[in-house]
Design a protein around this ligand. Sequence first.
Ligand SMILES: [Cu+2]
Length: 156
Amino acid sequence: MKRFIGAVAIGSLVLGVPVLAAEIEIGNAFLRPPVVAGGNGAAFFTITNSGPADRLISAATPVARSVELHTHIRDGDVMRMRKVDSIAVPEQGRAELKPGGDHVMLFGLDPAVTAPGTRVPLTLTFDRAGPIQIEVPVAALPAAASGHRGAMQGDQ
Ligand SMILES: [Cu+2]
């Protein structure tokens, strides 16, 4: 396995493209649209890593005012969102971004891309694997969407 990874790394240098990204796979992606037009959305997905430990260090999209990596922390009885510098992806493991946990926060999402099924372009940049371009389909808002965290956590 180590020899295989070495070969991939050399290929990446020669080609000058992020061949290493093949070690990172993104699945189960969905975007929870803002409750209010022009508000904030959140993207969730599973990162599967077949290579060495890596970190998601940034995310970007042309259709939001700004994008941050977030997690939830417990503050007394309340779960609060916090910006984080990176989201760790273990070696030969996975990281799950899901409601109530880590997520990609999209501030001021363009109302033109919030209809269910719309595919929102998102560039994920990994410390080791480099940038990976994905498209995240917009999910329907949960019927009881009202900003309550309990409702959001049930929305998988
Ligand atoms: Cu957030």
